[in-house]
Each structure stands twice: as structure tokens, then as C-alpha cells.
Design a protein around this ligand. Structure first.
Ligand code: C2O
Ligand code: CU
Ligand code: CU
Length: 458
């Protein structure tokens, strides 16, 4: 554990490690042809973590993380959201191309004790690893650190990895900090400035669980960074793995031989990991320390082990990585340009986009539906900010720092991109449906402090 704001002050250190790996629960769904009906109830619930530590979380359907929603391209999804929290909430379908009125915007709050039906269809080409989380005005950060987040997987029946029979391993990474009484600790002032870094990461609600893999076995890991503000600089004990998908689904081809992967808050990646070594040998999935800002003399995410990967006995059928995964068409040239400036430090100057903090009811930018735009996101602050746009997936074109532009090495669908201090990230983006779309920093404390704007698509 590191020093500073993330230093363990409570009882988190007593949570047992080394339990066996378990995927999140699956959301129970009522299926009639292509219609999938699901109920999500957000409510306080006490969850035992071992060693008599049993904090009260806020959870969807009683589990942390929330249950995984698992559906197919072409499905119509009808989700009844029941808000049994003591405050307003919403459910946002992060990364999915759902109509704006169904996307859980802060302008559409669901009051405590009331219900709301969300309904949308999942178009062809939308297969990928997404997630859902609340998005109420000013309290998104609190609702997420108290436990409200879950995976949302969309499948394509022609997925080459699924056709190859590669088993899937979902890894939902969340962040926990408890006080001396074993309760979830409220944010400190430093959390509100830097973003909350907890004491321990959990993978599917467990601390450093043990996952088994046979030598030669390929597993498809769907990794979600569902933390408020932690940067995950992932390494698998130096072993190489393949990256096969970004936020919005499969890449055109696997990127093999990767040994380090940075996942900013809200980003997802899919990895193919192949087991190796003698039965009983272990390696760890860990995150290295990452400094995402320079406030108060250095701050960031400390190094930590996320899970132990243990080689199990038994042989596995040889796995051949498909050479091609899914074609990605480059978005056509932009016919409009937009420049977005992120600024503020949370102390001397407020977090803002284009010099102003988010205001309910104000429209900050207007786009035409179906038009490709080139956005340049300029980070004029001293901290990293993971920039996110609702309702669509974009394609990063280049990253410019110190006057030097680095073209993006490959096409990929993204909905969240980290922007370093002093950096400008350019991407192409198109909104296909009319309505109000949020864009914001996905360090949730920054979003709630006003680093968010509203795009009106007309
Ligand atoms: Cu993950 Cu505005 O959302
Ligand atoms: Cu989103
Ligand atoms: Cu930020």
C-alpha cells in the first residue's frame, strides 16, 4: 500500500485474499424471442467479505459488482430499474448506442422509491464489453464507490473467439475503502480533488482471488475498470498476452506480445491469456503504481496484486489465435471540428470544460446527427483525465504532446480515452441519434464537480 490519501486507515487490510475466483452473478432475464426483460433493484445491502467484515454497500440486485447483463446483437432489452436508495439515481448504459432518453442522463432522475423502465435495441455491430452505472447529478461518484456498477456484454453470433470455444473470464475491478468500523468511508477533500483511490481493489467483489488455468489453455478476459479514479497499469508477471478488443468491441486483428496495459477509469479491454508453467506454478495479475496528477506533491494509484493465476493440472487443446477478428471501417473524413479544453485543479480553479462547470439545463455544444466530427480534447490541467462521450464509439486519430503528434497505431472503437497533462487527443466521432449526450471526465469526482458538458444532437 502506498502513502498518502490511499493509505489504509481502516479495516480493508483484514479482508481475506486468495479465495477462488468467481465471475459476477448473471442477471436473470426473461426471454421471449428477441425481447429480454431484466429487473435491476438498487438498494443498500450488507455483504460479508470474510473475517467479520461486512460493510453496507449500495448494490444492484444485492451483489457487488452488479449482475452481468448478457445479451445479443439484435436483442430488444427492457430493464425495470427500481430505485430503493435514499437518493435520486439513474442507470447509464456506458458505451452503448442507446437513445438519449433511455441513457440514464442526470436530467432524467429516478426518485427514491420509484421505478423506471429503460428500453432499447442493440444494433448489429454493437458486440463488445460495456457496463452500467448510476449517473445522477453530483452523486455519481458516491453511488459507484458504494458498489453500483455491473458488466453489460453484447454478443455477435459470428464472434471468432466464441466460435473457437475460448472460455470467458469477466474481471470487474472495483475499489474499496473502509473506515475503522468496517463501513465504507466517505470521500475526503483530497478524494474530491484527485479522485477517490481506495485501500484495496476487488475483482468481482473479492480481494486478490485465485484463478486456475491449464498449461496451453486460452482464456478470454473481459477486463473492466469500474473504479472512480484508479489507473490500472496491468502486468501479468511479465508474461505476454494478446489484446483483442477495446471499449467498443473486437479489434481488426489481435495485438500479440503485450506485457503492459494501461486501463484508465471506465475503460475496458479484452485479453487472450494462455496458461503456461508446471501445475501449481503461479503468477500474478498486478497493477504498477501510476501517478495521475501532481497535486499535493504527488498522487496516484499504488501498486497492487489483482489476482493470482495458478496453473492447474491437465492438458488443454492447442489454441490457434484467429488472424482476423472483426473488420473496423475507418470513419470518413470529418466535416466539422470541435475543440474541448479540460482545466482546473479542484483547489485554486474549479474543474471545468471550456472554462465552465456543468450546469443542468444548459447545452454546451450542438452536433448534427450523422455528421462525422473531429474532436480535439486539450488537457490544460496538471492531472490525467479519462475523457468519455455518451451514445457512440469514436476512433482516436492522434495524440499530440510538446508539439509532436503521434498517430494512433491502429483503428479501435473507444468511448473513453485518457488525456495526459498537456496532451491533445484527436478523435473522429459520429452521433447517429438525436438528443442530449453527456461528455465528461470519468474520474467521477471530477465529473460531479463539473468537468462535464451537454452535447445536443439535432
Ligand atoms: Cu460511464 Cu457518463 O459515464
Ligand atoms: Cu457513459
Ligand atoms: Cu478528471
Amino acid at each position: 500500500m502506498g502513502m498518502g490519501p490511499g493509505m489504509p486507515v481502516g479495516t480493508t487490510g483484514a479482508i481475506p485474499t486468495g479465495l477462488s475466483f468467481a465471475p459476477p452473478a448473471l442477471a436473470s432475464a426473461q426471454r421471449t424471442a428477441n425481447l429480454v426483460e431484466i429487473t435491476l433493484t438498487a438498494a443498500p445491502v450488507t455483504i460479508a467479505l470474510g473475517n467479520n467484515i461486512a460493510p453496507e454497500f449500495w448494490a444492484f440486485n444485492g451483489s457487488i459488482p452488479g449482475p452481468t447483463i448478457d445479451v445479443n446483437e439484435g436483442d430488444r432489452v427492457r430493464i425495470l430499474f427500481r430505485n430503493r436508495l435514499p437518493q435520486d439515481s439513474t442507470v447509464h448504459w456506458h458505451g452503448l448506442p442507446v437513445p438519449a432518453a433511455q441513457d440514464g442522463n442526470p436530467m432524467d432522475p429516478v426518485a427514491p422509491g420509484t421505478d423506471r423502465l429503460y428500453e432499447f435495441s442493440l444494433p448489429a455491430g454493437s458486440a463488445g464489453t460495456y457496463w452500467y452505472h448510476p449517473h445522477p447529478h453530483r452523486t455519481t461518484h458516491e453511488q459507484v464507490y458504494r458498489g453500483l456498477a455491473g458488466l453489460f456484454i453484447v454478443r455477435d453470433p459470428r464472434d471468432p473467439l466464441a466460435l473457437a470455444g475460448v472460455p470467458e473470464v469477466p474481471l470487474v475491478v472495483t475499489d474499496l475503502r473502509l473506515d475503522g468500523q468496517g463501513r465504507i468511508a466517505p470521500n475526503t477533500i483530497m478524494d474530491d480533488i484527485n479522485g477517490r483511490i481506495g485501500d484495496t481493489l476487488l475483482v468481482n467483489g473479492r480481494r486478490a482471488p485465485r484463478l486456475a488455468i491449464r498449461a496451453g489453455e486460452a482464456q478470454r478476459w473481459r477486463v473492466l475498470n469500474a473504479t472512480n479514479a484508479r489507473y490500472l497499469d496491468l502486468s501479468l508477471g511479465g508474461r505476454a498476452f494478446a489484446v483483442v478488443a477495446s471499449d467498443g468491441g473486437l479489434l481488426a486483428a489481435p495485438v500479440e506480445g503485450v506485457t503492459r496495459l494501461l486501463l484508465a477509469p471506465a475503460e475496458r479491454a479484452e485479453l487472450v491469456v494462455v496458461g503456461s508453467g508446471a501445475p501449481g506454478s503461479v503468477t500474478t495479475l498486478e497493477t504498477f503504481a501510476y501517478g495521475h496528477g501532481m497535486m499535493m506533491g504527488g498522487f496516484g494509484s499504488p501498486a497492487q496484486v489483482l489476482l493470482t493465476l495458478e496453473t492447474a493440472a491437465g492438458a488443454a487443446a492447442a489454441f490457434a489465435m484467429p488472424a482476423a477478428l472483426r473488420p473496423i471501417a475507418a470513419l470518413p473524413e470529418a466535416s466539422a471540428a470541435r475543440r474541448i479544453v479540460l482545466s482546473g485543479d479542484g483547489m485554486m480553479s474549479a474543474f471545468a470544460i471550456d472554462g465552465r462547470a456543468f450546469e443542468m439545463g444548459r447545452v454546451d455544444a450542438v452536433s448534427r446527427r450523422g455528421e462525422v466530427e473531429r474532436w480535439e480534447v486539450v488537457n490544460a490541467s496538471f492531472m490525467d483525465h479519462p475523457f468519455h462521450v455518451h451514445g457512440t464509439q469514436f476512433q482516436v486519430v492522434s495524440r499530440t504532446s510538446g508539439g509532436r503528434a503521434t498517430p494512433e497505431p491502429r483503428l479501435a472503437w473507444k468511448d473513453t480515452v485518457n488525456v495526459l497533462p498537456g496532451e491533445t487527443v484527436a478523435f473522429l466521432v459520429r452521433q447517429d441519434e438525436a438528443g442530449l449526450r453527456m461528455y465528461h471526465c470519468h474520474i467521477l469526482e471530477h465529473e460531479d464537480a463539473g468537468m462535464m458538458g451537454v452535447l445536443s444532437v439535432t
